[in-house]
Design a protein around this ligand. Structure first.
Ligand SMILES: [Fe+2]
Length: 194
């Protein structure tokens, strides 16, 4: 967690939420810590520094904090969501943003958390934002989250090789992902291929 120390002020109430997540969903906390590392690598590659970098890394840590408010067991499920469960699952982006806002978190971090499931083509959630209307930090988190899911998810990671995951990022550049961020991710994460 060394990176988060540089990532700006985190309100005490947000630290409290983090402790709830870490206690109840240790795998989500581990995912968040990996996201800090991935987002930091992309920030370096894209030349993002200063406050913007700090806000990105804080958003990486807190992006799924809304999962604290989901019915227990839902976020751990790998498959077979009903429509209402899928809607509940999707609500984590808005719930997390609201909770962080109430906790006094910086508005850029809040906006990035809310938008981390938005897609470049407008097909994401919760608002269906498109292109550069999606905060850059959220566009970066979206790619990092896809990468972490493909490499570390307990089901998918066994089905997809690193090369296939890189190809998937490339294929979805311009539809799911910001093309510039996707290019940076492919450049950065190709080094992880063995
Ligand atoms: Fe999420």
């Amino acid at each position: 967690m060394a990176e988060t120390a540089q990532s700006g002020r985190v309100p005490e109430a947000a630290e409290g939420l983090w402790m709830v997540l870490a206690a109840n969903r240790p795998t989500a906390a581990e995912h968040a810590e990996r996201m800090i590392g991935l987002a930091g690598r992309l920030a370096d590659h894209l030349g993002i520094e200063g406050d913007e970098r700090g806000e990105l890394l804080t958003a990486a840590r807190f992006h799924d904090i809304g999962e604290c408010f989901l019915p227990s067991g839902l976020a751990e499920r790998a498959v077979a969501f009903s429509e209402s469960e899928r809607d509940a699952m999707r609500s984590h982006a808005e719930l997390g943003a609201e909770a962080l806002s109430e906790a006094g978190m910086n508005v850029q971090v809040v906006d990035a958390v809310r938008a981390h499931h938005e897609r470049w083509d407008g097909g994401g959630y919760p608002l269906g934002l498109r292109g550069e209307r999606i905060p850059r930090a959220a566009r970066i988190l979206h790619v990092c989250e896809a990468w972490d899911a493909m490499r570390r998810h307990r089901v998918w990671a066994e089905l997809i090789t690193t090369d296939e995951a890189l190809e998937e990022i490339q294929t979805c550049a311009g539809s799911q992902f910001d093309p510039e961020v996707a290019r940076a991710a492919v450049d950065c994460f190709a080094a992880d291929a063995t």
